[in-house]
Design a protein around this ligand. Structure first.
Ligand code: V4E
Length: 236
């Protein structure tokens, strides 16, 4: 499992030139469609878990416990999420979160307990396949966001290790850049944060505010009720 450490930035007109100036190599351009899933009462996202299907590949981003950061600004501007990409592991983790939520006694969860348990058992024996979306129905998960992204990716090789920069343009009219380092679980988080800060400085990024991601803008525009709940829970 890996932890994704990431800092978003505003994508201005000169960014490609600046990337070139600091020696970034373009490693490709691609388009993908993302679908995000949650229960109708937002069990996953209110706990900061993000379940996504991107072109048939599933991923669950889970909040990672932050280690000591080199300075407060770096910690504030970066996000850290553990990424699970194995479908059986995703299914059992999502089942566990929903089971625990049910056990906490929420009235709003409508998934019968036995069915949730059955999905968790199935994952152990890997009965569910990637195309099989029955598990979404069983866990009462629905798609709450769907959009396409056009992405240009760059790689920067530095002594401390490689850093990736993605420039994203979402089909609902929002552009954002991301400086990203993947750290193996248990790896040196501070070193990753420092590498990101170094590249941000090389790019001349001065903004001290956290920049909104695609989801932030999408929910604000198209799912204001969901957005408001996440804001009150301090998730976004
Ligand atoms: C983690 C998260 C969400 C899931 C999407 O994450 P993000 O990295 O923004 O999307 P994308 O398309 O770049 O995915 P990748 O290709 O890197 O896998 S949606 C909201 N969050 C939480 C979150 C947060 N709290 N703050 C910020 C600045 N970003 C995301």
């Amino acid at each position: 499992m890996t932890v994704e450490v990431e800092r978003k930035f505003v994508c201005d007109a000169e960014i490609m030139e600046r990337l070139q100036d600091i020696g970034a190599k373009c490693i490709g351009q691609r388009q993908f469609r993302d679908q995000y899933f949650d229960s109708p009462d937002f069990i996953l996202t209110l706990k900061d878990f993000w379940l996504r299907c991107r072109e048939g590949l599933w991923e669950l981003k889970c909040p990672a416990v932050s280690g000591a950061a080199p300075d407060n600004d770096t910690e504030t501007l970066c996000t850290q999420y553990r990424e699970i990409t194995s479908l059986p592991l995703i299914q059992s983790e999502v089942s566990r979160i929903i089971r625990e939520h049910t056990a906490e006694g929420s009235e709003s969860n409508s998934s019968p307990r036995e069915q949730i348990d059955k999905v968790a058992e199935n994952e152990d024996t890997e009965i569910c396949s990637a195309d099989d979306t029955k598990w979404l129905n069983v866990l009462n998960l629905v798609c709450f966001a769907e959009f396409k992204t056009e992405r240009c990716s760059y790689m920067l090789e530095r002594e401390a290790g490689a850093v990736r920069v993605d420039l994203d343009q979402a089909d609902f009219g929002y552009c954002v850049g991301e400086i990203e380092v993947l750290v193996p679980e248990g790896g040196d988080m501070n070193a990753a944060l420092q590498r990101i800060t170094g590249i941000a400085a090389e790019l001349g990024l001065s903004c001290e505010k956290k920049i909104k991601g695609k989801m932030d803008v999408y929910l604000q525009r198209y799912r204001p009720e969901h957005y408001a709940k996440l804001l009150s829970a301090h998730i976004l």
